[in-house]
Design a protein around this ligand. Structure first.
Ligand code: PRX
Length: 652
C-alpha cells in the first residue's frame, strides 16, 4: 500500500490530557464509551430521547433489514424547526441570542434572538406555503453567510420541504445541474454578499442558471443584502423584504416522520457528476445534537461558539444550524473572509464577542501560521476554552501552533473526522476524556464503529495502515444518493461488502489511535473542499482548445492539496500565449473559483497503460517534483521524459 511510507514516518510521543478542571465540568465522560459498548442501540435510543423532542415517540431504534438502506427511529415523528427554535422559546429563552451575525463591512452586525429566529422562520414558512411549496418539494438555497440562510433552512425543515443548499461560490452551471438533479421548485438567493471588501453578485448567477435550464423553478426569493442592481422577472422573482416581511410570525407546524428527507447536499465523487447526498430527520438530528453537545462541550448559558465554515458545506449544516441550535447555543456567524479588512479580523471577532469555542479548518490555521503569530498576539483570546478542526488531516505543526498560539496552551483540541455522507462527527477526541496527540483524530465516538482494512478486507493490526471503513450503521448516515440508489450501493458498500467505505486511508498507531491519511480515490481535498479529478477534467475538455486532460491533487503546504492539470491542446490552440489563463478561468466558470487549477501544464502526451488508463500516480510524482516511480506498465515509457522536459515552459 502507498501508506507504508507514512506508517514509519509519523511517530508521536507528545500527549495532551485535559486539565482536571476541564475534565470535571465536561459534558462527555468516559461512561459514554462503556454505555455504548454495552448496548449500542440502547445507547442511541437514549441519545434520541435526551436531545430530541418527539411529537410521536419511536418504538423501533434501527431497521437494518434491507442494508444498506437504514431506518433509524423509523416510526417516530418530530419537527426539526421546533427542535431548533420553538422549544427554546417555549422554555423561556426567547431573549437569548441565537446568532451574533457579523457582516464583512465594519459595524455591520445583527443580534438575532431565538424569538427573532422563530418569527423569521415562521414568516418564511408562510411565504413558501403561499408560493405553493409543500411537503416533499425541494427548495434550492444559494445565499451568502447571512442569517436568512439559517432561517431558510429551518423554514424548509418546518414544512418538510427538503433543502438543497448550494455553496455561493459555485458557478451558474453547477447551480443549474444541482437544481435539475433535485427538480427544485424554488430558489432562495440574495442580490449579493460581501467578499474581500466588495459586493459580489449572486442573483445574476441564478438568472444565468435559469436560462441554462432549471425549468422546474417557479419562484425566486431574493434577499436584499448589497443593494446592487439586479435583473427581475415579474411574477417569478420576489423580494424577501416584501414577500416575507408581510407574513404572520405565527405558523403551526406539522410533525414529520423521522425518515422523511431533511436535505440534499451535493458533493464530489469519483465521477464528473456530483452526488446528491440524502439525509433524513430523526437520526440526523440525534447525532448532530449528541456530537455537538459532547465534542464541543457546549454550556448554552455561558458559551459563545463560532464555526467558520460556510452553510453551503455539510459543516455549516450540522455545526452552524442543526447541532448548535438544537442545543440552544449562542453563536457567531461571519459573512466575510479572514483578511478583510485586515488579517486580524477573526481574532478581533473572538475578542469582541468573547468566543469560547472555535471550530475551523487546518488550511485556515496554516494560513494564520504563515501570517505570523504577532497578529493573534495583538488580541485578547483568553475567552477561548476549546478548539476544533475539520475538513482535512491537520499536520502536527499546525496542531501545535493552534494549541499554543490560539489556545494559550490550555484549550483542548478536537480534531473531528467526518464527511458529507456521515452527516455528523464520527471520529474525534472527547475533550474532557481523551489525552490528545497532535495530528491524530484519536478514536471513534461512543456509539460509532470504525475499522481499518487491508486490500483483502481484513482488519489491520495496530501500527499499520489501510482503508477506513464504518462497520455498523449510524443514525446520521446518508440514506442514499438522490435518485440513484444503485450508485449509493456501488460507491460506498461494494468495495468491502457489508461495510461503508469512506474513501480515506487511515493508520492505527501502536495505541490503536487513528491517523487520517487523506483520500485514496480520485477525490481531491483543496482547503477542506472536495473536488473530483474527473469533474475538473470534464470542465477542461469542454473548452474547445483542449483535446485531453488529466488532473491530480498535489501536496500543497497551504491548501492541503492543490489542483494540477496536464492538458493536451488541439493544434490550433498551441499558439495562444494566454491559453493557461483562459483554461483556469474556464474551470472557474464551469464549476466555481474553488476548482481553478493551481497549475496547468501543457504537454504533448499523457502517460497511459496499455489499456489506455491514465497513470495519475506518475503525474502526481511530476506535480510534487518527485523522482518518477515505476514506469514499467506504461504503454510508451518515453512519455514521462517528454512531460518532464516540457515542464519548464508549460507551467504557470
Ligand atoms: O478526506 C476526509 C476529509 O474530508 C472528507 C470529507 O469531505 P466533506 O464531505 O466535504 O466533509 C468535510 C467536513 C466534514 C473526508 O473523507 N476530512 C474531513 N475531516 C477530516 C478529514 N481528514 C482528516 N481529518 C479530519 N478531521
Amino acid at each position: 500500500m502507498t501508506h507504508d511510507a507514512l506508517e514509519n514516518l509519523s511517530h508521536e510521543d507528545r500527549s495532551f490530557p485535559p486539565s482536571a478542571e476541564f475534565a470535571a465540568q465536561a459534558n462527555g465522560t468516559a461512561e459514554l464509551y462503556a454505555a455504548a459498548k454495552a448496548d449500542r442501540l440502547g445507547f442511541w435510543a437514549e441519545q434520541a430521547e435526551k436531545f430530541v423532542s418527539w411529537d410521536t415517540p419511536f418504538t423501533e431504534v434501527l431497521d437494518w433489514s434491507n442494508p444498506p438502506f437504514a431506518r433509524w427511529f423509523g416510526d417516530g415523528e418530530l419537527n426539526l424547526a421546533y427542535n431548533c427554535v420553538d422549544r427554546h422559546v417555549e422554555a423561556g429563552y426567547g431573549d437569548q441570542v441565537a446568532i451574533h451575525w457579523v457582516g464583512e463591512p465594519a459595524d455591520d452586525t445583527r443580534a438575532i434572538t431565538y424569538a427573532d429566529l422563530q418569527a423569521d422562520v415562521n414568516r418564511l414558512a408562510n411565504a413558501l406555503t403561499e408560493l405553493g411549496v409543500g411537503k416533499g418539494d425541494v427548495v434550492a438555497i444559494y445565499l451568502p453567510m447571512i442569517p436568512e440562510a439559517v432561517a431558510a433552512m429551518l423554514a424548509c425543515a418546518r414544512l418538510g420541504a427538503p433543502h438543497s443548499v448550494v455553496f455561493g461560490g459555485f458557478s451558474a452551471e453547477a447551480l443549474r445541474s444541482r437544481i435539475d438533479d433535485a427538480q427544485a421548485k424554488v430558489v432562495i438567493t440574495a442580490d449579493g454578499g460581501y467578499r474581500r471588501g466588495k459586493p459580489s453578485a449572486l442573483k445574476p448567477i441564478v438568472d444565468e442558471a435559469l436560462e441554462l435550464g432549471a425549468e422546474t423553478i417557479q419562484s425566486v426569493i431574493v434577499v436584499q443584502r448589497t443593494g446592487q442592481d439586479v435583473g427581475w422577472v415579474e411574477g417569478r422573482d420576489h423580494w424577501w423584504h416584501e414577500l416575507v416581511a408581510s407574513q404572520s410570525p405565527e405558523h403551526a407546524y406539522t410533525p414529520h416522520n423521522a425518515e422523511d428527507t431533511l436535505f440534499i447536499l451535493y458533493t464530489s465523487g469519483t465521477t464528473g457528476k456530483p452526488k446528491g447526498i440524502k439525509h433524513t430527520s430523526g437520526g440526523y438530528l440525534t447525532q448532530a445534537a449528541y456530537t455537538f453537545n459532547n465534542v464541543f462541550d457546549i454550556k448554552p448559558d455561558t458559551d459563545v461558539y463560532w464555526c467558520t465554515a460556510d452553510v453551503g458545506w455539510v459543516t455549516g449544516h450540522s455545526y452552524i444550524v442543526y447541532g448548535p441550535l438544537a442545543n440552544r447555543a449562542t453563536q457567531v456567524m461571519y459573512e466575510g473572509t479572514p483578511d478583510t479588512p485586515h488579517k486580524g479580523r477573526l481574532w478581533e471577532i473572538v475578542q469582541e464577542y468573547g468566543v469560547t469555542i472555535l471550530y475551523t479548518a487546518p488550511t485556515l490555521i496554516r494560513t494564520m501560521m504563515k501570517w505570523g503569530r504577532e497578529i493573534p498576539a495583538g488580541y485578547d483570546l483568553s475567552s477561548l476554552r476549546l478548539l476544533g478542526s475539520v475538513g482535512e488531516p491537520i499536520n502536527p505543526e499546525a496542531w501545535m501552533w493552534y494549541r499554543k498560539v490560539i489556545g494559550g496552551d490550555r484549550c483542548p483540541i478536537v480534531d473531528t473526522w467526518w464527511q458529507t455522507e456521515t452527516g455528523a462527527i464520527m471520529i474525534s477526541p472527547l475533550p474532557g476524556v481523551t489525552a490528545t496527540k497532535p495530528g491524530s483524530a484519536q478514536v471513534a465516538l461512543p456509539g460509532i464503529a470504525v475499522d481499518v482494512l487491508d486490500d483483502q478486507g481484513v482488519a489491520v493490526p495496530d501500527g499499520h495502515g489501510g482503508y477506513l471503513v464504518l462497520t455498523e450503521p449510524w443514525p446520521a448516515m446518508l440514506r442514499s444518493i438522490w435518485g440513484d440508489d444503485q450508485r449509493f450501493v456501488d460507491t460506498y458498500w461494494a468495495r468491502f461488502p457489508g461495510q461503508y467505505f469512506a474513501g480515506d486511508g487511515a493508520k492505527k498507531d501502536e495505541d490503536g489511535d487513528l491517523w487520517l491519511l487523506g483520500r485514496v480515490d480520485d477525490v481531491m481535498n483543496v482547503s477542506g473542499h472536495r473536488i473530483s479529478t474527473t469533474e475538473v477534467e470534464s470542465a477542461l475538455v469542454s473548452h474547445e482548445a483542449v483535446a485531453e486532460a488529466a488532473v491530480v491533487g498535489a501536496a500543497d503546504e497551504m491548501t492541503g492539496q492543490g489542483i494540477v492539470a496536464f492538458v493536451i491542446l488541439r493544434s490550433h490552440a498551441a499558439a495562444d500565449p494566454d491559453i493557461v489563463t483562459h483554461l483556469r478561468n474556464h474551470v472557474a466558470k464551469e464549476i466555481g473559483p474553488i476548482a481553478k487549477p493551481r497549475q496547468i501544464l501543457v504537454v504533448a502526451e499523457l502517460p497511459k497503460t496499455r489499456s489506455g488508463k491514465i497513470m495519475r500516480r506518475l503525474l502526481r510524482d511530476v506535480a510534487e517534483n518527485r523522482e518518477v516511480g515505476d514506469v514499467s506498465t506504461l504503454a510508451d515509457s518515453s512519455v514521462m521524459d517528454f512531460i518532464k522536459t516540457g515542464l519548464s515552459g508549460g507551467g504557470e
